[in-house]
Structures are given as C-alpha cells and as structure tokens.
Ligand binder design. Structure first.
Ligand SMILES: [Zn+2]
Length: 140
C-alpha cells in the first residue's frame, strides 16, 4: 500500500518531467524523500554519446547531496513520460535500472522504492531489487 507521502512523491516526479520533458533528451523524472523529510527531484540527462547519459534518480540524489548533504534515501520513485508518437499518453512509474539500483543501495541500503505493479504501484526495498549485491568485503 502506498501512503499519502508516497503518492506525493510520485506527483513530484510527474511534475518534474512534465516541466522539463524534451523528446529524446529528458523523458524520465525522479523524486526522492530524504531520511530528514526533504523532497528532491531530477530529470534524466540524455546525451548524443549514450554512455554519457545520466538517469533521473542520480540527478535527484546529486541535487539532494549538493544542497543539504547526504541524508539517506527514505523513498525514491521514477516516472517515464511517453513519446509523442506513443498511443498511451500516461506518465508511468518505472523501475530503476541496474545502475541506479547500485547507486540507491550505496547511498541507503534500506531505501524504499516505488515500482510498477500491474496497473498500480507497489513499494519494495532496494535490497529486494538488488539481491547479492557486489561487495569488496567477503560475504558474511
Ligand atoms: Zn538508472
């Protein structure tokens, strides 16, 4: 079940990408709530050289750390804006990519993540999205 705060976070991510959407350049918005209750948003930065692209979740995390320091991630969500030629025009919650899963885990291994669940959403833990994460330390 999503709380009102979770729904507020989805709305913040939707607002971010609605404001900054550009076909092929900014298509994903993200919002996170830090452990001290602040919301930060970001949109992805695509690039002509694809490997230079940065995901919306990383931009939101970077903004939060830049502006207020590392206060962990209570909850994070990303949403994708449809392209103009897509028949279904709804902005939808999307799962974080593999790179973002690593990033989110590194900054808060207990972070909650809002993910799509059929036609609705679910909340899961980043540790459930990234089992057996890479570690320099031997497994205990
Ligand atoms: Zn990503």
């Amino acid at each position: 079940m999503l709380s009102d705060q979770d729904k507020e976070l989805i709305e913040a991510a939707i607002d971010a990408i609605k404001q900054r959407y550009r076909d092929d350049w900014q298509e994903v918005g993200a919002a996170l709530r830090t452990r001290d209750g602040c919301i930060f948003t970001g949109v992805n930065i695509d690039a002509y050289i694809g490997r230079m692209a940065v995901c919306a979740e990383a931009i939101a995390l970077g903004r939060s750390i830049t502006e207020k320091g590392d206060n962990g991630i209570d909850t994070i969500v990303a949403v994708r804006h449809p392209k103009p030629d897509e028949p279904d025009q709804a902005i939808k919650v999307v799962s974080p990519c593999g790179i973002c899963r690593e990033l989110i885990y590194d900054y808060d291994p207990k972070a909650r993540v809002i993910v799509p669940n059929g036609k609705t959403w679910a909340v899961t833990l980043i540790s459930d999205l990234l089992p057996n994460k890479y570690s320099r330390e031997p497994a205990r």
